[in-house]
Ligand binder design. Structure first.
Ligand code: SF4
Ligand code: SF4
Length: 454
């Protein structure tokens, strides 16, 4: 069977889902499916040749299984198929539920929604050369630097000196100072330092520093903050490249060091929002207007440019709050975009509406997102049903509103945990950084460091 030109491969996961071929085929046809539906029972193992045959056809495929997606992707790579393969989960979201016997329409809707191609969106590339600034009290910062110095270009900035004895071999630079301000992103942090000082080479029983009153700035690719003080960035736990473990928690510190050692290379990050300045109400003729997106952005990724605003895609974490609060629609969330969501609704609604009198309560949520556990989406799905869902229609006194659609794309919490950075090279812990690129080294005042001083 094909849905929106994608060949659909369905598997009942070793007969653990009560899928009926005739019923599902009929439901899929109502959702725009075409052709005969073949039901697999163990597509990832004994019936893998069915998948391989589909690959050989060169068509775009939709596989109704996410658990074995890595395996299917690997097989697709071997076949060098000209088509694309996408995946959707019909098992935990429908076929394994306690209402599985009645879930056929929902499964058809899930397939129809997954077959909708999202609009293309752009990426930005974050390039990290592994220049790591470790900031904190001497004991923890020096120990962290010792562990990372053979993997990253490490520099230590001591926030306070607890009387540590200087290492007998200075394999990384050590300075003293306090970070007054930090801005930037992975691959491009700028730290303003006050009370900057260089240790005396004759420091013997403890560091002794010279020139305590200087100010300077440092640039680095990533920063490990072991100071335990106030976070240097807003929403710090969502900022790629800024690692701030609790210095008293050894496991958290070790996890941060491990994470830092992998943050080398080039990383892709989606442009989460699109901004249309022609309908922005920020300011006109020096009359201040709307500031909602600037106020709402937890990462301070939006700034005013006079009559318009600007989103820094390198800093943006993709939470969608700007689009959710924008009164004009000038901020548009791209993942997924409004048009794709509307298309999914258009495909899913009829199939369920024609098949059952009332769908399971989580239907809208899971059909559109596959994430029935997400409380924000649950709330939105509730609002959706109240406003225009056919199964609740006419019961709600509230009329459908044009702002309803503006809500859809904005409410997904898309933090870095949901959209981890995608490494472009085979970056990882290692001396040559494994990026396959010439590692750019900027001149620095200290042998072996890439920190750049201004
Ligand atoms: S999506 Fe979130 S992080 Fe990105 S600009 Fe909008 S409010 Fe800021
Ligand atoms: S919330 Fe919308 S209208 Fe207001 S400043 Fe931001 S983009 Fe412009």
């Amino acid at each position: 069977m094909k849905m929106r030109k994608r060949r659909v491969l369905v598997c009942d996961c070793e007969k653990t889902m009560p899928l009926g071929k005739a019923g599902l085929e009929k439901a899929c046809r109502k959702a725009g499916g075409d052709g005969e539906l073949f039901l697999n029972t163990q597509l990832c193992r004994s019936q893998i040749e069915n998948y391989q045959a589909a690959l050989e056809s060169g068509e775009d495929l939709l596989v109704a299984c996410t658990q074995e997606a890595p395996l299917f992707s690997e097989v697709a790579e071997d076949f060098e198929s000209s088509g694309t393969v996408s995946f959707t989960n019909i098992r935990e979201t429908a076929g394994w539920s306690k209402d599985a016997e009645k879930a056929t329409p929902k499964i058809a809707a899930l397939l129809a929604a997954a077959a909708v191609e999202p609009q293309p969106f752009g990426n930005v590339t974050l390039a990290s050369g592994g220049n790591c600034l470790i900031y904190g009290p001497s004991e923890q910062a020096l120990e962290a630097a010792r562990q990372l110095s053979d993997r990253l270009q490490v520099t230590v900035l001591l926030s306070e000196d607890e009387g540590s004895i200087p290492p007998d071999r200075m394999s990384f630079p050590v300075f003293s100072g306090r970070i007054r301000n930090l801005k930037g992103h992975l691959g491009g942090f700028e730290a303003e330092i006050e009370n900057y000082a260089i240790p005396s080479p004759s420091s013997r029983s403890g560091f002794s520093f010279e020139g305590q009153s200087r100010s300077t700035s440092l640039s680095c690719d990533l920063l490990i903050d072991l100071s335990g003080g106030t976070p240097l960035l807003p929403a710090h736990d969502r900022q790629d490249g800024y690692l701030r473990p609790d210095p008293g928690d050894l496991i958290a510190v070790q996890k941060a060091l491990l994470e830092a050692s992998g943050l080398v290379g080039e990383f892709e990050k989606p442009r989460y929002v699109r901004y249309d300045e022609s309908i922005c109400a920020h300011s006109r003729s020096r009359q201040d207007g709307c500031n909602r997106c600037i106020d709402a952005c937890p990462l301070s990724a939006i700034q005013s440019l006079g009559d318009t605003v600007e989103v820094d895609p390198y800093v943006c974490g993709g939470c969608g709050l700007c689009a959710a609060t924008c009164p004009t629609g000038a901020m548009d969330y791209r993942l997924p975009d409004t048009a794709s969501l509307a298309e999914k609704i258009a495909y899913c609604s009829p199939v369920i509406a024609r098949t059952v009198a009332r769908p399971p309560s989580c239907c809208c949520t899971t059909v559109l997102t596959g994430e029935s556990f997400c409380p924000t989406w649950r709330a939105l799905a509730r609002a959706c049903r109240q406003m225009f869902c056919p199964w609740r229609s006419m019961r709600s006194p509230r009329p459908a509103s044009t702002s309803t659609f503006a809500l859809w794309p904005t409410a997904q919490p898309r933090w870095q945990s949901s959209f981890p950075l995608q490494a472009r090279g085979s970056a990882g812990a290692g001396g040559d950084l494994g990026t396959g690129r010439e590692h750019h080294r900027r001149p620095g005042p200290w042998p072996g460091t890439d920190l750049h001083y201004r």
